[in-house]
Design a protein around this ligand. Structure first.
Ligand code: NAD
Ligand code: UDP
Ligand code: UDP
Length: 323
């Protein structure tokens, strides 16, 4: 039987994760409506898709109502890097709350599935390690990360209330730190910062003592998990952790990046930002069981691909690196 192509909305589709997701959906023959206001991204991420007749780019801010026809929605629109989401914290909250209400209203009218890209940040500075989906989290509601963390928590609430109250079919992924090509050169996240610094021979800025931990997932693995979650049986809503359980200290990451870049950069220590979580590692048993998913790309391989990307970007556009 020939599979009918679907029409899929990807909000935030011009961003780092969103653009890889659009690539994947187009490759399997579906139609993609990419909805983005370019708050933290540029058309460069989707330039190569513009000539594809199955791809449509719509400039739109999801905090305003949106009327389209589609079969499913992947909802990614939201600034994700701390310096991006802290630039205009009120807008960040509006994007999570008003944006989710509009996207859920759209899904309700069309009676279609909608997937929310939530985050490991809903666990805050976790007291449970590794983090399981039944842990309710430890978030400072008035701190500088709250606009993002509490916004995403409120969005999860909205998804489950639309599900219970209006029967909307929802899927919620809690994404852990993800990296790869098309990360922003200057978004301040650790992988992009360290690679750019190492390639340019600048000091590697380690915040705090560098003993805080994270677990880094390559973007292709994450996209695979998102697609499997959307295609999973209707009674599996999540929330489900998607991330790589390979935990390491930020200092170890710095050393690996310096080595892989063959860089002479030295490590310098800078103050730890407030509310910076001390440790983070996903428990992915639920994803393994229900989605038959686990990350396949090793950190070394993923970093090498990411370094190659940044190398090209910095060589081609040296002015970007100065910003
Ligand atoms: P990104 O900043 O590259 O992408 C977000 C996209 O959303 C951008 O293209 C941006 O322009 C768009 N956007 C922001 N506000 C908007 C609005 N009001 N209307 C329309 N578009 C808007 O970030 P990313 O890393 O690709 O993250 C994508 C999603 O995944 C986000 O929801 C983020 O919270 C979630 N997530 C990412 C990570 C990660 O490590 N990358 C971890 C956890 C969760
Ligand atoms: N909405 C939208 N597109 C649609 C349907 C609804 O953007 O196709 C918005 C609508 O503007 C509303 C929100 O989604 O503010 C929530 O919709 P819902 O039906 O839940 O709420 P109501 O319209 O009853 O306030
Ligand atoms: N970090 C660092 N140097 C940098 C950028 C980040 O040491 O140049 C640290 C940061 O304090 C945090 C970790 O790396 O402990 C991950 O930071 P990122 O902003 O990438 O992600 P998040 O804190 O949201 O997990």
């Amino acid at each position: 039987m020939i599979k009918q192509p679907k029409r899929l909305i990807v909000t935030g589709g011009a961003g780092f994760v969103g653009s890889h997701l659009c690539d994947r959906l187009l490759a399997r023959g579906d139609e993609v409506l990419c909805v983005d206001n370019f708050y933290t991204s540029s058309k460069r991420n989707v330039q190569h898709m513009l000539r594809n007749p199955n791809f449509e780019l719509i400039r739109h801010d999801v905090t305003f109502p949106l009327y389209l026809e589609a079969d499913e929605i992947f909802h990614l629109a939201c600034p994700a890097a701390p310096i991006h989401y802290q630039r205009d914290p009120v807008q960040t909250l509006k994007t999570s709350v008003h944006g989710s209400i509009n996207i859920l209203g759209l899904a309700k009218r069309l009676k279609i599935r909608v997937l929310q890209t939530s985050t490991s940040e809903v666990y805050g500075d976790p007291e449970v390690h590794p983090q399981t989906e039944d842990y309710w989290g430890n978030v400072n509601p008035i701190g500088i990360r709250a606009c993002y963390d509490e916004g995403k928590r409120a969005a999860e609430t909205l998804f489950f209330d639309y599900h219970r109250q209006h029967g909307v079919q929802v899927k919620v992924a809690r994404i852990f730190n993800t990296y790869g090509p098309r990360m922003h050169v200057n978004d301040g996240r650790v992988v992009s910062n360290f690679i750019v610094q190492a390639l340019r021979g600048l000091p590697i800025t380690l915040y705090g003592d560098g003993l805080q931990t994270r677990s880094f997932c390559y973007v292709d693995d994450l996209v695979d998990g998102l697609v499997r979650l959307m295609d999973s049986p209707a009674d599996f809503t999540g929330p489900v952790n998607l991330g790589n359980p390979n935990e390491m200290t930020i200092r170890e990451l710095a050393e690996m990046v310096v080595e892989l870049c063959s860089s002479k950069s030295e490590i310098v220590y800078r103050p730890l930002p407030s509310d910076d979580p001390k440790q983070r590692k996903p428990d992915i048993r639920l994803a393994k069981k229900n989605l038959h998913w686990q990350p396949e790309v090793s950190l070394r391989d993923g970093l090498q691909k990411t370094i190659a990307y940044f190398d090209t970007i910095l060589t081609r556009r040296p002015e970007t690196a100065r910003r």
